[in-house]
Ligand binder design. Structure first.
Ligand code: PEP
Length: 241
């Protein structure tokens, strides 16, 4: 199982000490079959890279520019730069970035560029509330996958994160039966039957007991609750209890 912490635009150097407990927990449970990946703001990747050295915890970025070369793109960071400071993974297609203008074609370019550099991708897909109410969920997910992964033959370095937009940051989670069917619907789109699919959207230490009953899910992408080390550890612990 994957447990991915998406810190979004939160976090500073002095707050990193709170991760000592996560390190202890991950070291103690090294043999268990789970992978913890922290995706902090880019400013914290290198400090965390040093902190997580010799631990099983990996790091990821939250977005990147589509060019794998340096260039005159003020304010941007590319995959090569993220990898240089210690990232192994990269979240792409997050709905917060889609809402500020990223479309499937641009996400496709970003995925290709990051794969070329050698990052593993956490590719976010999900429908808005309006799309759900109009029964468009399957169509939206299909399109996001089709365009986002267009031209990418080898999908072994891609993890899908199904994140309904209406669930992110709202405290709402899908009905478990809907979630199970959607994860299976997404899995069917891939030739490789072991394609990893995560769920993200308001996962917390209270609802994890329900969410973990979804057999088809390969892990969780956690936003707000991942900023609190204790809550994040609780989510992992409860998944296995
Ligand atoms: C996210 O933004 O990826 C996310 C899952 O957020 P939250 O857990 O806060 O809903």
């Amino acid at each position: 199982m994957y447990f991915v912490a998406n810190w979004k635009m939160f976090g500073d150097l002095k707050g990193l000490n709170s991760l000592n407990d996560v390190i202890k927990f991950a070291m103690k449970n090294k043999r268990k079959n789970f992978k913890v990946i922290y995706c902090p703001p880019s400013t914290l990747i290198f400090p965390l890279f040093k902190k997580f050295k010799n631990t099983p915890i990996d790091l990821g970025g939250q977005n990147s520019h589509e060019s794998e070369n340096y260039g005159p793109y003020t304010g941007s960071i590319n995959s090569k730069m993220l990898m240089d400071v210690g990232a192994k993974y990269l979240i792409l297609g997050h709905s917060e970035n889609r809402q500020s203008g990223e479309n499937d074609r641009l996400i496709n370019l970003k995925i290709k560029s990051a794969l070329k550099i050698g990052l593993k991708i956490i590719f976010c897909i999900g429908e808005t509330l309006k799309e759900k109410q109009n029964n468009k969920t399957n169509q939206i997910l299909s399109n996001q996958i089709k365009i986002g992964l267009n031209g990418i033959k080898n999908k072994s370095k891609i993890i899908i994160a199904y994140e309904p937009v209406w669930s992110i940051g709202t405290g709402l989670i899908p009905k478990l039966s809907d979630l199970n069917s959607l994860i299976l619907f997404i899995k069917k789109k891939f030739k490789n039957k072991s394609q990893k699919i995560l769920y993200g959207g308001s996962v917390n230490e209270n609802n994890i007991n329900q969410l973990k009953t979804i057999n088809s899910v390969d892990g969780f992408l956690v936003g707000a609750a991942s900023q609190d080390a204790k809550k994040f550890i609780d989510i992992i612990k409860k998944t296995y209890n």
